[in-house]
Ligand binder design. Structure first.
Ligand code: FES
Ligand code: FES
Length: 159
């Protein structure tokens, strides 16, 4: 079964039309069909956030979103944070301040943080933790992640 002529949406700023089963997982559509492998599969059940993408600027677990649900909407993946080879400031901060450990959770966390910083440019530590409630990091804890965000905020790494 296909989308009967395709399902159109905006993907990383470009209009795309995808002719696949409307119930295809958005995660598979972007990774395999659109060749954007930055979003990762962790649990596949909406519990880890590794697959997070922005749907109309809100982070969603792409493993739970059927293709049909994005018709006419705007999807951004981790690949869209970088512009012309220049990293997003939050990506820079993760590199500089040790926010990346094994990296499995990193794309989802960066996407979630980009959405947070777009609506709240100066979140406190509690707000960052709350925003990351759906993003699991199984490495050595969240300290490097929090430090990376705080390095971006006015006042440096004070919270
Ligand atoms: S892979 Fe989607 S939430 Fe874990
Ligand atoms: S950096 Fe390894 S799971 Fe988060």
């Amino acid at each position: 079964m296909t989308g009967k002529g395709g399902i159109s949406f905006s993907l990383n700023g470009k209009a795309v039309k995808v002719d696949l089963d409307p119930m295809s997982r958005l995660l598979d559509v972007v990774r395999e069909h659109c060749e954007l492998p930055g979003s990762k599969e962790g649990c596949g059940e909406g519990e880890c956030g590794a697959c997070a993408v922005l749907l109309d600027d809100e982070p969603v677990c792409s493993c739970l979103v059927p293709l049909i649900q994005v018709r006419g909407r705007t999807v951004r993946t981790i690949e869209d944070l970088e512009t012309g080879g220049v990293l997003d400031p939050i990506q820079e901060a993760f590199v500089e301040a040790g926010g990346v450990q094994c990296g499995a959770c990193t794309p989802g966390i960066l996407i979630t943080l980009r959405a947070l910083l777009d609506r709240n440019p100066a979140p406190n530590r509690t707000e960052v933790r709350e925003a990351l409630g759906g993003n699991l990091c199984r490495c050595t804890g969240y300290e490097g992640i929090l430090r990376s965000v705080e390095a971006l905020l006015p006042g440096g790494d004070e919270s």
